[in-house]
Ligand binder design. Sequence first.
Ligand SMILES: [Fe+2]
Length: 339
Amino acid sequence: MTRTISLLLGTTVALSAATAAQAQELNLYSSRHYETDERLYSDFTDLTGITINRIEGNADELIARMGAEGANSPADVFLTVDTSRLQRAADMGVLQPLENALLEERIPANLRDDDGMWFGFSQRARIIFYDTERVANPPQTYLELADPAYEGMICIRSSTNTYNQTLLAAMIENHGEEAAREWAAGIVANMARDPQGGDTDQLRGLVSGECDISVSNTYYMARAIRRDVEALSAEDRATIGWVFPDQGGNGAHVNLSGGGIAAHAPNMEAAVAFMEYLASEQAQEYFSAGNDEYPVVEGVAIAPSAMELGEFEADDVSLAAVAANLPLAQQIFNDVGWE
Ligand SMILES: [Fe+2]
């Protein structure tokens, strides 16, 4: 008798906990790991009363985990950086489409998937940096980076890097396969060294003199402007100049950090509320202030560090269309021997 009661009680407690969880929890699978994100999440909880359970990890591991968990996955929202990873998650079937008037109104169409599988929440431009003392005429376009005039001068990271994969995929979209292939081969011919390190290391290569020209995402430079970054002090950076490529043409290539609703989200209402929150004025400001990126929503304040790099025209090519070229981009990298 006693046993039955306690079992029943246990059941009741478990059920009500599950019901409460339904309304008040959000399971976030995230490969973002930036310092301001804490605030981003706690503000959402303050605003909505919804607690966020964060499962963090490498994007590909999280995608594999969601796939393996299948219909039982507790994942509600998947957040990551780079369009290539957002698209990979969509291709692997771990996201579901979301039709949402607010997101569609606030986020420009070229910065989200046509079917609502993923949405960009912040942007970063991939641009040209150079040493102003050694380079009198820096390249003004991505195509010019492959000009033989810059032989042995360029530092850029490996083709395993998703930022480069998306850049080449955009070159294919804007200039066609043959031109993109020639371009990639030209970059390999112009490399100052075998690809190594991250984006910050390409900037450090300018300081050390190993590189004359480098390619890096804007926020790495903006971060160095905002706070101390080893070997990129104000003095170190004194001779670093930059070019937003293709101004007057296609515009500078931008990439995204963003997210989508998990295919089997158990807390759908909370998931949608969180996605809408990420497009809010408040969250959009944090993306910029915290990680020196550009908001996706027009009119939201850009962080002073990012502003120091100056205004520019961004390429408004559809990143979903660009993402469709990713397999071909990988093949071209292999063909031209871009390590
Ligand atoms: Fe990065």
